[in-house]
Design a protein around this ligand. Structure first.
Ligand code: 13P
Length: 256
């Protein structure tokens, strides 16, 4: 399986800044066949970047979209509008869950709409600090994985990516802590078991599982070698071109 390195730019960069960043990154990195590089700019920059992106080198992800294709939904963009522009969409990021109150029902509709529109959903799951402290991690992960994938058929499950992002490890979280590789391995194993129970052994192995939470060039290697981890979802460090390029380089090294 390929490695996936996803840069989630969140609410950062103007369209101009995003365009310059992409230009420089494309010049800096070679075309790595076994590392899929994906950047997720703000929705406003997607169209511009889609016209300049070298799709052999990298792909675009949206950070969010609405599950209905069209209609009276002021302020929203749809997965059908993203067709031909973005190949991926981050869905259920903890910032969407907790700041914008998206629950598993909303997220499951978005995952369904993404798959229907041939956009690969990157479904984010992860427990908060207090859920972890109360020993609820496994239950939270199970609910979020099963809830998020409820509308995905056996035929489509290999068109989905899952990202495990413990909320307490995200750099913008107050007093963020680094997740230990052992702890990540355990949750990733649980996610594969949930997939296996729902979709069968073979399929469970084919779903890429990424890790996210304070990833940077110095810890990327350790996280990429956690058993079962197929890539990284990077926030803060992806905003710094040299750091993101270094993480891609680490992924390439780990792969070979
Ligand atoms: P950081 O890498 O800044 O911790 O962000 C992680 C994240 O939320 C990526 O989606």
């Amino acid at each position: 399986m390929k490695s996936y390195i996803v840069g989630n730019w969140k609410l950062n960069f103007t369209v101009g800044e995003a365009s310059i960043y992409l230009h420089k990154l494309q010049k800096k990195i070679p075309n790595y066949r076994d590392v899929e590089v994906i950047v997720a700019p703000s929705a406003l920059a997607l169209q511009t970047l889609s016209l300049q992106i070298d799709r052999h080198k990298m792909k675009l992800a949206a950070q969010n979209a609405y599950h209905r294709d069209y209609g009276a939904f002021t302020g929203e963009i749809s997965f059908s509008q993203l067709r031909g522009i973005a190949d991926y969409c981050i869905i259920g990021h903890s910032e969407r869950r907790y700041i914008f109150r998206e629950d598993d029902k909303v997220i499951q509709k978005k995952v369904e709409a993404a798959v229907r529109n041939k956009i690969t959903p990157i479904l984010c799951v992860g427990e908060t600090e207090s859920e972890r402290a109360f020993g609820e991690t496994a239950d939270v992960i199970r609910d979020q994985v099963i809830g998020g994938l409820a509308e995905v058929s056996e035929e489509d499950i290999d068109k989905v990516i899952i990202a495990y992002e413990p909320v307490w490890a995200i750099s913008s979280t107050k007093s963020a802590k680094l997740a230990a590789p052992d702890e990540i391995a355990e949750v990733v194993k649980l996610i594969r078991k949930i997939l296996k129970d729902a979709y069968g052994e073979k399929t469970a192995e084919n779903v890429p599982i990424l890790f996210g939470g304070s990833v940077n060039p110095s810890n990327a290697g350790a996280y990429l070698t956690v058993p079962g981890v197929n890539g990284l979802l990077v926030g803060g460090s992806s905003l710094i071109l040299t750091e993101f390029a270094d993480i891609i380089e680490v992924a390439k090294r780990v792969k070979s």
